[in-house]
Design a protein around this ligand. Structure first.
Ligand code: 13P
Ligand code: SF4
Length: 321
């Protein structure tokens, strides 16, 4: 097996797996996981998906407890949409560099400086920033939502400047961009990617729009994690270069074991520096403890929740069905 794929192999301890399954039943819990979680967490989850899919699942579940294996803003979305449920995140420190780049008070000033603009905000932000926004978008819904906004309405986009620049380019809209970035997607190396493409000239590149433009310029497909997965599985090519967080390769490999999925190289020449350090804080043992103790719990102050719910509902109404 290609060394770049070894990290996707699951090494879960059988005792922890059976304990999680027992606690899940006892708590009437559902385990939701993002594609960037480790292979063992993806394997035990009831549902693995992108940010939009996970929001919809959190809103629809009738479980009493949501064990959210992802980062904090995702678990907050689950709590905002399902306030009567207990939402636990295995490690409360699982944040996101995009959320960190956009403090709510600075975002409020940014909005106030552009009173005629509609505030379209990427879901990778705090609940307080969502409460200051008009419409939330995910990578999989942003283009579809922007195309429903009247063309003469100027747009503010926060917090990811690479996703914002990509959306401005494909929709032809003028957008004022907040200058945040994802530390993971910024880390891909164009020089190393060119070398890898030369090594596998038949392999298309599928990239997440959080990548900088100089990486997207080499992509055959640009889309959210769910779109990258669909593209990788349906492409007639047997080898695909994947320019997003490499844990998604686990799902690809499970669904198409005959194909070769290669993580795009980071600055160190392999894909290891592109593992999201925030997602990696969640482990099987922390998941077990969160189900046992129903901690750490996600709480969102009611005034913030109501504001954030408005912009999230706008997203759910406008997103592709
Ligand atoms: P997706 O909505 O494409 O799953 O992206 C979430 C994310 O955090 C990407 O870094
Ligand atoms: Fe945030 Fe980037 Fe990690 Fe996604 S990959 S959760 S955008 S730091």
């Amino acid at each position: 097996m290609d060394a770049r794929l070894n990290m996707t192999a699951s090494s879960a301890d059988a005792n922890i797996v059976s304990e999680i399954m027992r606690l899940k039943k006892e708590r009437n819990a559902v385990i939701l996981a993002h594609y960037y979680q480790s292979a063992d967490i993806q394997n035990i989850a009831d549902f693995v998906g992108d940010s939009l899919d996970l929001s919809r699942k959190a809103a629809a579940t009738d479980a009493e407890v949501i064990a959210f294996c992802g980062v904090k803003f995702m678990a907050e979305v689950a709590k905002i949409l399902s306030p009567q449920k207990t939402v636990v995140l295995p490690d409360l420190k699982a944040g996101c560099s995009l959320e960190d780049s956009c403090p709510p008070d600075e975002f409020a000033m940014f909005r106030a400086a552009h009173p005629d603009h509609i505030a379209l905000t990427y879901i990778n932000c705090s609940a307080a920033v969502k409460a200051h926004s008009d419409i939330i978008v995910t990578s999989s819904s942003a283009e579809h939502i922007i195309n429903q906004i009247p063309r003469d309405k100027p747009i503010l986009f926060a917090p990811d400047r690479h996703l914002g620049a990509y959306l401005a380019r494909i929709t032809g809209r003028d957008m004022v961009l907040w200058q945040g970035t994802c530390i993971v997607h910024e880390n891909f190396s164009e020089v190393e990617l060119i070398k890898l493409k030369a090594e596998y000239p038949e392999a298309p590149v599928a990239a997440h729009p959080e990548c900088p433009g100089h990486i997207l310029d080499h992509a055959d497909y640009v889309g959210a994690t769910s779109g990258i997965l669909k593209y990788a599985l349906s492409s007639p090519s047997q080898t695909i270069i994947v320019a997003t967080e490499p844990n998604i390769i686990h799902t690809m490999q499970k669904q198409a074991p005959h194909k070769l999925f290669i993580g795009a190289p980071g600055m160190d020449g392999n894909c290891n520096c592109n593992i999201c350090p925030f997602m990696a804080l969640n482990t099987m043992d922390k998941l077990r403890l969160s189900l046992r103790d129903l901690e750490p719990r996600i709480e969102v102050p009611e005034a913030v929740r109501v504001g954030a719910l408005r912009s999230l509902h706008a997203m759910l109404a406008m997103a592709p069905k």
